[in-house]
Ligand binder design. Structure first.
Ligand SMILES: [Zn+2]
Ligand SMILES: [Zn+2]
Length: 172
């Protein structure tokens, strides 16, 4: 069954599938990816999140952007494989963000979900996974892509540079 959404922006290189689902939801007037999945896919978003092939299929059916969907969510290509190695990684289900990247690009990057990374290479910030003001976990909703908390309205900013010092110290 063809179920195309009226607004179908293209997925971007490195964008997470869940972030893309959230962006699609937002431009088509749902406030959450959960609402979009419920109404258009008849499946809980939580179930789709656990099966990226299924989520990709659903997004393909909603947008027709098959080619782009195959390259988006490739996470950090160097972390996936090189000529001699390939390995699996653990990804988180709840979103994490770098506020400055969200402001600059307006998309959620798949690399942020890799457990064990936890910082933005470009801005050298610790990624945010809960609102610093009300401590609610971030969710896959339009507020996430607007860089604010949907519970208390707090605008997110890059977190403490202390983390950078600790991190650099650790690496050296
Ligand atoms: Zn960043
Ligand atoms: Zn909050």
């Amino acid at each position: 069954m063809i179920r195309r959404l009226p607004c179908r922006p293209r997925p971007q290189l490195g964008e997470s599938l869940a972030g893309y689902a959230t962006r699609l939801a937002s431009v088509n007037c749902w406030t959450t990816a959960k609402g979009l999945a419920k109404d258009m896919c008849c499946k809980p978003f939580a179930t789709l999140l656990r099966n990226s092939d299924k989520l990709r299929q659903e997004l393909d059916s909603l947008t027709g952007h098959s080619d782009e969907l195959n390259v988006c969510d490739t996470l950090h290509p160097l972390l996936l494989r090189d000529n001699e190695r390939s390995f699996k990684y653990i990804t988180l289900l709840k979103p994490r963000i770098c506020p400055d990247c969200i402001i600059e690009h307006g998309i959620h990057y798949a690399v942020w979900q890799i457990a064990g990374l936890g910082y933005c290479e470009k801005h050298q910030y610790k990624l945010i996974q809960r609102c610093p003001a009300c401590l609610h976990d971030l969710e896959w909703n339009e507020a996430l892509l607007e860089n604010r908390c949907d519970k208390c309205g707090e605008k997110f900013r890059g977190s403490s540079k202390d983390y950078l010092i600790i991190y650099t110290g650790y690496v050296l």
